[in-house]
Design a binder for this molecule. Structure first.
Ligand code: DGY
Length: 319
């Protein structure tokens, strides 16, 4: 029987699909990642690996595994996998696109609105007993309706965010590696260079994949181009934004606020400088976290694994 290793506890109904044809070992803790030394040992004799974005599947780990044929990542992003090392060994790498698009766009828009209207701060203000009276400028935020939205990276999730922006009559700009003329027409959005987008947007949403090219794409210089009233939203990957530069821009009120679902090193260190600022909302990477979507992601990751190893049916291969 072919052997599989799964790096986090999966729902029973998803697992039963695998157990008929494969011998499975699994890290069975829901809230802790598999320790590196355990993972290194576990991959030695397996044919297939089902992993999460928290698992660093680097060349060293891949070299430990002699028979590995497929790495099924339970995420759409796959920056945690050394693709060069996988390609060299002809190991298939799969992801879970499609199912999480709308859920992640929902969260992106929710975070944008929560940051603009200071929802977390307002709730804490009330709970802390600071609400003595209604006053004119108390907890005032930024308007969303009719504002300009800049989307960096117009993939599926970027497009889904642009669609939501239509309901708020937003002017939407986008910056992407390639122009998408048909989407421009369909969603009434405007292609710009990055500099123009940063200068003109009230909300800048980072939605691009994390690669060597996009690492610290948003740094001191880029934040310096943004409006003082602007808000940065990142629901993609933390490494795309230079956090030290962001901290300084927020602290000195160079920009107005930030909403982050992702940070460079997850989980966050509770001494992180960003946690000292009131004008940033930080979330624990919950973009795709709806029951339906997370279940669907697990299901697709398992299907990729089965189909990749049996050679039957389709899989979501990443290039
Ligand atoms: C992904 O799939 O890449 C997301 O970040 C997980 O929600």
């Amino acid at each position: 029987m072919r052997k599989l290793y799964i790096t986090r506890k999966l729902p029973e109904e998803v697992l039963t699909k695998l157990s008929a044809s494969f011998s499975i070992r699994m890290w069975d803790k829901e809230d802790q990642p598999v320790p590196r030394h355990t993972l290194e040992k576990e991959v030695e004799d397996i044919d297939g690996l089902l992993c999460l974005l928290t698992d660093n599947i680097d060349s060293h780990l891949i070299s430990k595994s002699k028979k590995l044929k497929i790495i099924s990542n339970m995420a759409v992003g796959y920056n945690n996998i050394d693709m060069e090392a996988a390609n060299e060994r002809n190991i298939m790498v799969t992801n879970t696109p499609g199912v999480l698009t709308e859920t992640t766009a929902d969260l992106t828009f929710a975070l944008l609105m929560a940051t603009a209207r200071r929802l977390v701060e307002s709730s804490n203000y009330l709970r802390d007993g600071n609400w003595k009276t209604w006053s004119l400028m108390m907890l005032t935020g930024q308007d969303i309706f009719g504002a300009t939205l800049g989307i960096i990276g117009l993939g599926n999730i970027g497009e889904a965010v642009a669609r939501r922006a239509q309901g708020f009559s937003m002017k939407t700009l986008y910056y992407n590696r390639s122009r998408k003329y048909d989407v421009e027409k369909e969603l009434n959005i405007i292609y710009t260079d990055l500099e123009t987008l940063l200068k003109e947007s009230d909300f800048v949403c980072v939605m691009t994949p994390y690669t060597k090219e996009t690492e610290h794409l948003i740094g001191k210089e880029q934040l310096g181009l943004m409006k003082e009233s602007a808000i940065l939203i990142n629901t993609a990957r933390g490494g795309i934004v230079d956090e030290q530069a962001l901290y300084e821009a927020l602290k000195s009120k160079k920009i107005w606020g930030a909403g982050l679902d992702v940070i460079e090193k997850e989980p966050i260190d509770l001494n992180h400088s960003l946690l000292t600022l009131p004008n940033v909302i930080l979330l624990p990477h919950i973009g795709s976290a709806s029951v339906k979507t997370r279940t669907a992601m697990a299901d697709i990751a398992v299907t990729n694994l089965i189909n990749g190893l049996t050679g039957e049916g389709t899989i979501h291969l990443v290039k």
